[in-house]
Design a protein around this ligand. Structure first.
Ligand SMILES: Cc1cc2nc3c(=O)[nH]c(=O)nc-3n(C[C@H](O)[C@H](O)[C@H](O)COP(=O)(O)OP(=O)(O)OC[C@H]3O[C@@H](n4cnc5c(N)ncnc54)[C@H](O)[C@@H]3O)c2cc1C
Length: 505
């Protein structure tokens, strides 16, 4: 193979900028690596060694350091993607690790759409507003003008995420799983990841844990909680999916016009149907599901909860927020979690068959997509410098280091469903809920921040997780620029024009 050909081959596999001279050097090494791979499989080590100039010893193996950067964000969900883009935009060289092949986490690969409304006035932080504008620009009219929900489209959202990362210079590592971390003197020096080529390391000055499961934090010894302190149960998981072939008009006429269900306030093409037996509210579709139990077509577990939303840009397709998996399957136990998948897939099929048979509009419907990630509402949560509790919701707490506001009600399926706050009410989230005394260069984002089980059931919605990630990215870059450790940053000390949110107190 000529050198030019070797270079274009190698160019395909490296996203980091690399000089032509280095590329030529690399071409030689990789050619050797191809031969070596037959004997010891170390070709990616050799290539990355030349690329970042570093290797590292891990578990008796020499592994490549793929990147040595300012900020490494672990987990590309709503909060992690926001963190990475904002960190890169503020000038930090940033790597984003994601174990799937799409950014957006539960909001894309978990089939969780739409974004719920925060119910708090003026809660959209700049990055969230920009996401919405970009959805509109791509033809997704996300706003139903009634509910305040953001009816996003998953494939468009993952495309937008890719574009925003590309524009801001975020280096994404897809199909890359965070497996371990190296720590010294209360500082993380590198994370160990499993890439498509094998184990590798990423070095960074600051790390952001956006795994949703506090995986990085737990790995480096940060204190954590899981489940409800009163029962030991996690929030129930759901195995979400999409159904296509639905006659939405027929469904609307049946549920809204004939049954007079006033739950769904929006009009086609926006449509939500729901029933939840654990809530005080009685939904018109509860009867349909209860009948299924009487006839033996549904189990009580299946009939308990059913909710589906139209998806803008996918006519005749709905996002199904069911089956809700019994709480005996914990989101924090790998064996039970795996059993839950098999169990819930059967529930999914049975419930879908039931709807096809009995719900007008579903006659020709079929399962068109299964989530590629089980829907864990809550798993592990860190204990940080500030611990948000239920009183913060009811008291509408304000904080000097607040970086966003929210007012989504406490929605701890089965355990507690609170009243909404009075109109205009909200509580804030302080930066101290993202950091700990244990590790100086770690910031935690999204659904696993420092909050009690009950409070987490309010702050976990995607818009709030996005605002949390946005603040984490801004803080990470600010800390590095100003030589302040991530866990010593005072959000209020960041110049107001550099912050995504300024508390009104
Ligand atoms: C069933 C269900 C219904 C919901 N309904 C709504 C709703 O209607 N509207 C709403 O706004 N919110 C809803 N939510 C809440 C919301 O979707 C989540 O709380 C939110 O997505 C959390 O964002 P996150 O960034 O913290 O984590 P996640 O969305 O969980 O993203 C975490 C990301 O990290 C990646 N990751 C994890 N571990 C690793 C690892 N070791 N290595 C590499 N990558 C890793 C994952 O692949 C994923 O991309 C719902 C949640 C569930 C489960």
């Amino acid at each position: 193979m000529s050198n030019e050909n070797k270079i274009s081959e190698i160019g395909k596999y490296f996203s980091i900028p690399i000089s032509r001279r280095d590329l030529f050097k690399l071409a030689g090494v990789t050619a050797a690596g191809v031969i070596l791979s037959g004997s010891n499989g170390d070709n990616h080590v050799e290539a990355a060694e030349k690329n970042s100039g570093q290797t590292l010893n891990y578990a008796g193996k020499k592994i490549p350091v793929l990147y040595d950067v300012d900020v490494c964000v672990c987990g590309g969900g709503p909060s992690g993607t926001a963190a990475a883009v904002n960190s890169a935009r503020k000038g930090a060289k940033t790597v984003l690790i994601e174990r799937s092949v799409a950014l957006g986490g539960l909001g894309v690969i978990g089939c969780v759409y739409p974004f719920m409304q925060t119910h708090a006035p003026n809660s959209d932080t700049p990055y969230l507003s920009e996401l919405k504008k970009r959805l509109l620009a791509k033809g997704i009219d996300y706003d139903d003008k009634v509910t305040g929900q953001t009816w996003h489209n998953p494939e468009i959202l993952s495309l937008i995420h890719d574009e925003m990362c590309e524009e801001s210079g975020v280096n994404i590592l897809y199909e890359t799983v965070l497996v371990d971390a190296l720590c010294k003197d209360k500082k993380i020096s590198a994370v160990i990841v499993q890439t498509i080529a094998g184990l590798a390391a990423i070095k960074a000055k600051t790390f952001i844990d956006s795994t949703g499961d506090a995986y990085l934090s737990r790995t480096v010894g940060v204190d954590y909680e899981r489940g409800y302190e009163k029962t030991g149960n996690n929030q129930p998981m759901s195995f979400r999916f999409e159904m296509g072939g639905i006659d939405l008009e027929k469904l609307y006429n049946y549920v809204v016009v004939e049954l007079k269900e006033d739950w769904c306030k929006s009009e086609l093409p926006y449509l939500e149907i729901a029933e939840a037996m654990h809530r005080k509210q009685r939904y018109k579709l509860e009867e349909l599901m209860a009948r299924g139990v009487e006839t033996g077509e549904l189990t009580q577990e299946e009939a308990e909860y059913m909710q589906a939303y139209a998806i803008i840009g996918k006519p005749g397709v709905m996002s199904c927020n069911f089956p809700e998996i019994p709480v005996k399957f914990k989101s924090t136990d790998p064996i039970e979690y795996s059993k839950a998948v098999t169990y819930a897939r059967k529930m999914m099929r049975n419930m879908a068959n039931y709807l096809v048979k009995h719900l007008p509009g579903f006659e020709n419907a079929y399962i068109s997509r299964e989530a590629a990630m089980l829907g864990a509402r809550e798993s592990w949560r860190i204990r940080g410098k500030y611990y948000l509790v239920e009183d913060d919701y009811h008291n509408q707490s304000r904080f000097p280091d607040a970086f966003c506001r929210t007012a989504w009600f406490i929605d701890a399926h089965g355990e507690k469903v609170s009243e909404k706050l009075p109109k205009g009410g909200y509580y804030e989230i302080p930066y101290r809920a993202l950091i700990t005394d244990k590790i100086s260069n770690l910031i935690v984002t999204g659904r696993c921040i420092s909050a009690s089980f009950i409070l987490q059931a309010s702050m976990r919605i995607q818009p709030t997780c996005i605002s949390i990630g946005e603040a984490a990215g801004i803080a990470a870059a600010y800390g590095l620029r100003n030589r302040v450790a991530a866990n010593q940053i005072d959000w209020a000390a960041i110049p107001a024009n550099q912050r995504s949110y300024v508390s009104e107190g």
